[in-house]
Design a protein around this ligand. Sequence first.
Ligand SMILES: [Mg+2]
Length: 149
Amino acid sequence: MTWAPGEVVVHQEVWRDRVWAARPLVVVEDSPDRMLFWLPAGTVRKVPWTPPHRPDPGEGTARVLDLLARGDWIHVDHVWDVSCLWILRPGDWHAVWVSWLPSGERYGFYVNLQQSFRRTAVGIESMDLALDVVATPDRVWWWKDDASS
Ligand SMILES: [Mg+2]
């Protein structure tokens, strides 16, 4: 089964058989060699959050680690702020995101380390692997979220 350009599919991240996060993606290309998706600024996605019955760790990484360990997350809405083209190839443990600012100026590249994607009935599934690479249009790059730097 392949998706047609313009169709909206769902990207789900799953941890221990529970949906961790989910977002809609617009199909640009679905071919045997690669999948391209458009994620426009303003897209509302579902992200994990601390349930209201207990204190929130208060900081992003601490919250994520706490939720992954406890497995009790709830979902809240989050608005995506930069338009992105996602480039995925079967078997790759990363996706490349090319991003643009609202002005149309290119924002840069983001290499999102993630499990290789698999197709589902509604789109694709792949779990984020936390550490990412950020690169500018002139190809200067650095690790994002690297605690050692
Ligand atoms: Mg990531």
